[in-house]
Design a protein. Structure first.
Length: 88
């Protein structure tokens, strides 16, 4: 059963969110509330959205994810460039 977040842990979760350390924030939430991973992620995402709405943009880091497709495109582009430069 999920418990409410203790007042002593809430500032730690908010600070982790401000730093963009979402995994840390989710871990803190799970430990404090005995919630599951999906529940904790949803709760932390909601907290992050609320923080972003109440703070100036520069105070809350947005998490940027680089997917496999991006890495693959960069590797292919570098390979093509290397082959092209050797040919010319």
């Amino acid at each position: 059963m999920q418990r409410s977040i203790p007042e002593s842990v809430l500032p730690k979760i908010e600070e982790a969110i401000r730093r963009g350390a979402m995994i840390e924030a989710i871990k803190l939430h799970r430990e404090a509330t005995d919630s599951g991973l999906a529940e904790a992620k949803d709760a932390v995402d909601a907290m992050a959205a609320e923080l972003r709405g109440s703070l100036p943009e520069q105070q809350v880091k947005r998490v940027h994810r680089t997917g496999c497709l991006t890495v693959l495109v960069v590797v292919i582009a570098m390979t093509i460039l290397a082959v092209w430069s050797r040919a010319h």
